[in-house]
Design a binder for this molecule. Structure first.
Ligand SMILES: Nc1ncnc2c1ncn2[C@@H]1O[C@H](COP(=O)(O)OP(=O)(O)OP(=O)(O)O)[C@@H](O)[C@H]1O
Length: 270
C-alpha cells in the first residue's frame, strides 16, 4: 500500500465490491488532490455510483482502502474516524433527496440538527447564511415543489455545504436536465467549489462538460480506473479504451452491429 500523501484529501486503493456473482469493482484506485474537482466517467452500469457510494461510506467495499485526510476509513471498527468523516463530507444525490414536507430553510437546517450540537439560534443563522450564499434566501419558506428544477439543485447544494464540508460527492448532478440547465449546474458547482474551497468528486455522463469543469478525470472500466489524469491528457490519450469511450464509437459500433444482426438491444445499455 502506498504511503498517504498530504496533497491528497482522498486516496482510494484497490477497492473491490461484488453483488453475488456480479463483480462491480475489481480493484479501483483514485487519487483526489485537495481543492480539486475530480470526475469519474464510464459507460452505464460500470459501477460509478457504487464507487461513489463506497467513498460516501454508504456501501461497504469488500476489500481495498480509502484514506480521507490520511486516515484509513474501515468498515466495522474506527467508528470515530468514520463519524468524523461523515461530518467532513457531504453527498449530493442525483434526485436531490429534498424533503417535500419541509421548507427550504428546514431542509437546509436538517444536517446541522442531525450532526451537530449547535443551539437552535446558530442552526437558524447558519442555514439562512447557506441559503443566502446560494441566492435562495427569498425562498426560505417555500417548499421544494414550489421551486424550479435549478433552484431545487441549488437548495440541495445549500444543504450539502451548510456543514462546511471539505469533500462534496456529486452523483450525476445533471441527470435529467436539458443542456442549458446542465451547463448552469456545472457553473454552479465550479463557482461554489471555488468560493467555499471544498474538494469535489463527481460522477457524470456529460463527458464534454466534465472535461471542461474538472481538474482531473478518471475512466472506470471493468471495475478499475483505466485512466486517471488531467482533461488534456484524457483528450490526447491514444489508449484504445479511452478513445473508444471518448469518441463513443464503441457504443455506436456495438449497437449498430446488434441491430444489423437482428439482436435485441436496449439503448440504455450504452
Ligand atoms: N445495492 C445493489 N445490489 C445489487 N446490485 C447492485 C446494487 N447497486 C448497484 N448494483 C449493480 O452494480 C452495477 C453498477 O451499478 P451502478 O449504478 O454503480 O452503475 P453506474 O456506472 O453508476 O451506471 P449509470 O451510469 O447507468 O448510472 C449494476 O450492475 C447494478 O445492477
Amino acid at each position: 500500500m502506498a504511503a498517504s500523501s498530504p496533497d491528497l484529501l482522498l486516496q482510494v486503493e484497490g477497492v473491490t465490491k461484488r453483488f453475488g456473482d456480479n463483480v462491480v469493482l475489481a480493484g479501483a484506485d483514485l487519487e483526489v488532490p485537495r481543492g480539486s474537482v475530480v470526475t469519474v466517467m464510464g459507460r452505464s452500469g460500470t459501477g460509478k455510483s457504487v464507487f461513489l457510494k463506497c467513498l460516501a461510506d454508504v456501501i461497504q467495499p469488500d476489500s481495498g482502502s480509502i484514506r480521507f485526510d490520511g486516515q484509513l476509513l474501515k468498515s466495522g471498527g474506527h467508528a470515530k474516524s468514520r463519524a468524523e468523516f461523515r461530518q467532513r463530507c457531504s453527498f449530493l444525490f442525483q434526485n436531490n433527496a429534498l424533503f417535500d414536507s419541509l421548507t427550504a430553510l428546514e431542509n437546509v437546517a436538517l444536517p446541522l440538527e442531525q450532526m451537530t450540537d449547535l443551539p437552535d439560534r446558530d442552526i437558524q443563522s447558519r442555514s439562512l447564511e447557506a441559503l443566502q450564499q446560494l441566492e435562495l434566501e427569498k425562498f426560505q419558506d417555500s417548499y421544494p415543489s414550489q421551486l424550479s428544477g435549478g433552484m431545487q439543485k441549488r437548495l440541495a447544494l445549500a444543504r450539502a455545504i451548510v456543514t462546511r464540508p471539505e469533500l462534496v460527492l456529486f452523483d450525476e448532478p445533471t441527470a435529467g436536465l436539458d443542456p442549458l440547465r446542465r451547463n448552469a449546474v456545472f457553473l454552479m458547482i465550479a463557482k461554489y467549489q471555488r468560493q467555499f474551497g471544498f474538494t469535489a468528486v463527481m460522477v457524470t455522463h456529460d463527458v464534454q462538460e466534465a472535461l471542461i469543469a474538472s481538474d482531473r478525470v478518471a475512466l472506470l472500466d471493468q471495475g478499475r480506473m483505466h485512466f486517471q489524469g488531467t482533461p488534456e491528457q484524457f483528450r490526447s490519450s491514444a489508449d484504445p479504451v479511452v478513445t473508444s469511450f471518448r469518441d463513443n464509437t464503441f457504443t455506436l459500433t456495438q449497437s449498430l452491429a446488434a441491430i444489423r444482426s437482428g439482436q435485441s438491444f436496449s439503448s440504455d445499455d450504452s
